[in-house]
Design a protein. Structure first.
Length: 174
């Protein structure tokens, strides 16, 4: 089995889910702990209270367009990951959310086709390194842009900060 293969149940969200909905400010000020933030992930989406308690570790969030818009709240991808979501698939992302997620080593994939076709509860299998999203429930496969090798390396290392630390250490070692 491929080490980068992700598998989980789909949780579906619509368009323009902003960072204030992903982690409401009233929860963001108390902790930077990933698991604590995850307890309140997406509680700002109307009718979504207690969502994180229904998530199983490894599940996959699927969203419409402009996911992560709004403020540049860096903890938004941390909260989603803290809820147990292994990756996010969306039609499109706000640029700052996309970059924050990548800097954290958190896989997010853009696939308008997958975002439109996947329904809540579908069982998914995702290979970010190949750019393949499989809907096991429907027997369908969708493409997305595979991460370039540098981004795969960031994912493997856990984000930009660990990557930079390793590079600095390599420069210091004769």
């Amino acid at each position: 089995m491929n080490a980068t293969l992700l598998r989980g149940r789909a949780w579906k969200f619509g368009n323009n889910v902003d960072t204030d909905q992903i982690i409401p400010a009233k929860y963001a000020i108390y902790s930077l702990d990933e698991k604590k933030l995850g307890e309140y992930a997406l509680e700002g989406v109307p009718g979504n209270e207690g969502w994180s308690q229904r998530v199983s570790s490894g599940d996959i969030l699927v969203a419409g367009s402009n996911f992560g818009c709004g403020s540049s709240r860096e903890i938004a991808p941390i909260a989603i990951r803290g809820a147990g979501i292994s990756c996010v698939i969306a039609d499109s992302y706000a640029r700052i959310f996309f970059r924050n997620a990548i800097n954290l080593g958190y896989p997010i994939l853009q696939s308008p086709q997958a975002a439109a076709a996947i329904e809540e509860g579908d069982e998914l299998e995702v290979d970010p390194s190949l750019g393949v999203i499989r809907n096991l429930t429907k027997g369908a496969e969708y493409g997305c842009e595979a991460f370039p090798e540098f981004m795969n390396e960031l994912m493997r290392m856990g984000g930009l900060v660990p990557w930079v630390r390793q590079r600095l250490e390599e420069r210091r070692t004769p």
